[in-house]
Design a binder for this molecule. Structure first.
Ligand SMILES: [Zn+2]
Length: 326
């Protein structure tokens, strides 16, 4: 590994004074999957990414991560966009839908193949379950053990994996501080193209962040463990590295993940239980360190007080009163 891999890169290259003049304003994004209702955790991520982009005068984009086949629905995405707009969060450019981006993903695959970074994987789901009985990543992920690495190229009709380079990757997380991870331990060689013809998440997210000029990626801490893998993929595609911020997850009041109860903690359901939008924005803003205490407000009121140094890293339980009847 080259020496440059061990030197911390300034987040997005924008927080360091530059002798050549002011840095361009950042581009942030929020990238939900349109598979359900946005819950408070998703909305907190959206607001944090919006505040981080807007506080220094940057732009904020929304991208729909709908590459995951039939679970993704346009109508659910449209509802998510309405919920974001209700909070005052609107994309500064037309919303990008990943299902429209096949040509760009295919071009990235061809580039990686040209550099001999892809190989076909013949493993079935069952093969992978058997192989993955031992070590798991630190967040329960099962790293792909490289079983098919020696397979020779058979064309783009196969499932394709990215051949990770050896060694750890580092980055500076705006919430968690300096990070150093070995992607081989956390994910193993990631799947970029599936046998059913779908492009995989890692490929789409890296290609689109590059194409949209995204300089900061704000997302839940459940995705922290895939960051090193995505950094390696960016490097292989010659794309700049954005800054990363991984937020602690919002949990139910008993500490459980929101997952299945997501719908009960979306804007519509909260409104039906008497929780107003300004109250929700104020609670989210307080949780991000913008307010001393939760109080009703609008998103622009929070902008002057947003600072990553004040964002607490831990998990955050939803107020008990908001869960009642959920
Ligand atoms: Zn395989």
């Amino acid at each position: 590994m080259g020496e440059e891999n061990t030197i911390a890169q300034p987040p997005g290259g924008r927080n360091t004074p530059c002798e050549d003049g002011p840095m361009p304003p950042p581009t942030g994004r929020f990238a939900p999957s349109p598979t359900g209702v946005l819950h408070l955790g998703n909305l907190r991520t959206a607001l944090a990414s919006w505040l981080s982009a807007k506080a220094p005068g940057g732009r904020w984009l929304v991208r729909m991560e709908d590459v995951d086949g039939p679970r993704c629905r346009r109508d659910l995405g449209d509802q998510q966009l309405r919920d974001l707009a209700a909070l005052g969060l609107e994309s500064d450019l037309p919303v990008m839908w990943q299902s429209d981006r096949g040509g760009a993903y295919r071009a990235a695959l061809e580039r990686l193949h040209g550099d001999d970074r892809l190989y076909p994987c013949a493993c079935t789901r069952k093969d992978l379950q058997l192989l993955a009985s031992a070590p798991h990543g630190d967040e329960g992920l099962r790293p792909y053990p490289g079983r098919c690495r020696q397979h020779s190229w058979e064309g783009f009709e196969r499932a394709l994996r990215f051949r990770l380079p050896r060694g750890s990757a580092n980055w500076v997380d705006l919430v968690l501080g300096p990070q150093l991870d070995d992607p081989e331990v956390l994910t193993g060689d990631p799947l970029l193209f599936r046998r059913d013809g779908c492009f995989a998440y890692h490929l789409a997210v890296v290609v689109d962040d590059g194409a949209q000029g995204v300089t900061e990626v704000v997302r839940g801490s459940d995705l922290r463990s895939v960051t090193a893998t995505q950094v390696r993929l960016q490097e292989a595609l010659g794309l700049p590295r954005p800054a990363y911020a991984h937020l602690g997850l919002v949990t139910a009041s008993d500490g459980a993940r929101l997952g299945k109860r997501a719908g009960a903690l979306g804007l519509e359901a909260l409104k039906a239980r008497g929780v107003g939008l300004p109250e929700i924005v104020g609670w989210l803003g307080w949780s991000l360190g913008c307010l001393e205490a939760p109080m009703a407000c609008a998103a622009p009121d929070l902008v002057p007080n947003f600072n990553w140094a004040k964002v607490p890293p831990g998990e955050l339980p939803v107020p008990l009163a908001w869960c009642e009847g959920a």
